[in-house]
Design a protein around this ligand. Structure first.
Ligand code: ATR
Length: 280
């Protein structure tokens, strides 16, 4: 069957993205043979023109947006409440030129799928970049008590001030790791790239600071599948969950927006795992 519905991911660089494998596996599993997902490398200085071209004669239904374009695309689309709150979009639907951010759903859906309770729990977020913004926003909305630890505390303060203005997010503290580690922490969410391939020996939690006993680690990193931070959680009697589920579930949320159909999350997960294994 001819391809009549195209979607894809824009980024710079974008060659490493495993989203095409995930989405194309889901299209195949559902018999959506007229759909195709591809990668489109777009340099930062031509984002606006590229969106116009892709939505017009390019014939794309919508796009995923990855680094470094998530903030830049906001000027060219109608962002929904969630994308506006985060100042960043990762999913565009060209049919009505709207955009949203499915990173929040990706994280929270994966925590829920892993039976991690959030309401009323003390949660430590490591980092203050775009991924941390999505995490803080989603975790606070899920009823967690959130503390942020960041290498540059001022950046964390700016993030929280932005979230207060854009989404009314309050009661989130910025603290040092040493202080925060004293709390009764249920969950640590790593939103930094520390420990990511090819620097697997790095860990965002220094050995000198005792790791809270029994705390779960959710590491947004998925390459490697098991990080040093995850090992620390297990060594201290806690659970460890890697970030591949978040990647899959943010993709699944985008898939629903474009197709109107729930994708088979297990098929997407297997496809993501297989393409990561190929990279080893
Ligand atoms: P993203 O948008 O993917 O979250 P980002 O905006 O580059 O990425 O943010 C990365 C986060 O990881 C930041 O909070 C960064 O800390 P700073 O705010 O101090 O820059 C944190 N980070 C990156 N490398 C780090 C390192 N080596 N040690 C500690 N934190 C690090």
């Amino acid at each position: 069957m001819a391809i009549t519905h195209k979607v894809g991911v824009i980024g710079w660089p974008v060659e490493h993205s495993i989203s095409p494998q995930m989405h194309n596996a889901a299209f195949a599993a559902l018999g959506l043979t007229d759909w195709l997902y591809d990668r489109i490398a777009i340099p930062p200085d031509i984002v606006g023109n590229s969106l116009r071209t892709l939505s017009g004669e390019g014939g794309y239904v919508g796009l995923n947006v990855t680094v470094p374009h998530k903030q830049a695309v906001m000027r060219y689309v109608r962002p929904d409440e969630r994308a506006t709150a985060l100042g960043a979009a990762n999913t565009i639907d060209f049919r009505d030129n709207t955009a949203t951010n499915t990173d929040v759903a990706g994280l929270i859906d994966d925590l829920v799928a892993n039976d991690v309770s959030l309401s009323g729990e003390n949660v430590l977020v490591l980092g203050a970049g775009g991924a941390a913004r999505a995490a803080v926003y989603g975790l606070v909305q899920a009823g967690a008590h959130v503390t942020v630890v960041n290498r540059t505390p001022d950046k964390a303060q700016v993030m929280l001030a932005d979230l207060t203005l854009s989404a009314g997010i309050r009661n989130v503290n910025v603290r040092s790791l040493e202080e925060a580690a004293q709390d009764d922490i249920a969950l640590v969410v790593n939103c930094t790239p520390v420990g990511m391939w090819p620097h697997e020996d790095a860990c965002p939690w220094p050995d000198a600071v005792p790791f809270p006993s029994g705390a779960t680690v959710y590491d947004m990193i998925y390459r490697p599948r098991f990080t040093r931070l995850m090992a620390k959680a297990e060594a201290n009697g806690g659970r460890a969950i890697g970030g591949l589920g978040m990647l899959v579930r943010q993709g699944a949320a985008s898939f629903v927006i474009w197709t109107g159909v729930e994708p088979p999350v297990d098929v997407m997960f297997e496809a993501a795992e297989a393409s990561l294994a190929e990279k080893q």
